[in-house]
Design a protein around this ligand. Sequence first.
Ligand code: ARG
Length: 464
Amino acid sequence: MAQLWGGRFTKETDELVYRFNASITFDKMLFEQDIEGSIAHVVMLEKQGILTCEEKDAIVKGLTGIRTDVEQGHLVISDKYEDIHSFVEANLIERIGEAGKKLHTGRSRNDQVALDMKLYVRMKAVQIAENTRDLMETILSIMENNLTTYMPGFTHLQKAQPTTLAHHMGAYFEMFKRDVLRLSDIYKRMNYCPLGSGAFAGTTYPLDRSYTASLMGFEGPTLNSMDSVADRDYIIELLAALSTIMMHLSRFSEEIIIWNSNEYKFVEIDDGFSTGSSIMPQKKNPDIAELVRGKTGRVYGALMAILTTMKGIPLAYNKDMQEDKEVTFDAIKTVSDCLTLFNGMLAAMRFNGKIMEESAMKGFTNATDAADYLVNKGVPFRDAHGIIGRLVLYCIEKGSSIDALSLEELKAISPAFEGDIYDAISLKACVEKRLTIGAPGRAAMEEVIKMDKDFLAHIWVSKI
Ligand code: ARG
């Protein structure tokens, strides 16, 4: 057992208690951040005259030495320390002696761990935004290549109106755009440094908190030392954003699973992203999409876990907050992996344009356009709706489609039909007439694609 606080105690901690309390097995993930925060802290302590230049140099050298040794595998982060902070401090003292004991001057593990988590979450928010951007690039290239790949659009999972693959993909582009904007928002809100808040009441040393904050790229210091050590909103916000990303990925996965089914055959998932069955030789299963859909639950779980952990904690720091780590680390890794895998699967997926188009021709997807046609011939919309409804019924009984009926049959239902009906309700016309911004018509889509490209070129992550 190696802990920082033995002085006041008369008994050794029970082994089970020690293990239950210790966090090193998971907070070793914060090693880099702990070193970075400690270096900024001692640089500031020296600037303020709290440490001498020699002490500062010795500590910085010691800390960078520890970092290099861990990176190169010469030093192992062992479970005999209580947490990552104890590991770093104990090793520093072992390495440089007396000066090492001054590292923790004007600092508590409460503001230290708040900083470490913030640095970690901030970095991961950028990484997840980058993963999302990569996926958006794939989506955009599918859009550009499929402006006239016609397919049915659905409501209630029933064919509704024709659209294009570009338009359908564009819906996901918008979702992921909002996800990136959410991450950028969270980043800005969290970008204030808690270090220097001490246990919760600040310190009596003349720390320059703004300086420490600027050394680590923060906008400035946090403004209430009690809130600084008790705040985990930034984790909750990140997990909420990650949950929304997973919700989007899960809906996308669900569609791909449906499209990839034998009944639809709209797409074919590449062999490299599918798996087989141990018993049924013919099977090629969409496991990646299913796993992404499945892992959504565990990311939501992380969000619920932290919301629940935080809801009853009195100010300021309480050990409950140690529970913020494992689920957050797991959720971040899960989302990052899902985005990467999903992107690979999507980029390698083949779209079967012919089948999509044939499907769009069936199922009366042009019924709305047929009603609009009658409206243009002077029939009030509500009457037109009724006429086309009867027409659809007639077609179902006959096993036909609206555009396969003769003009005589059409006229028998409404005299307003004329020879130009066939062009008006062709698949192409149904899509290409929809030209309001956001609609699937080619010109409208091209305009949106231009804006999407601009978004990707100026996305905030590329500026960090
Ligand atoms: N391992 C602790 C955590 O993750 C670090 C802070 C410990 N602070 C304390 N007062 N015991 O929250």
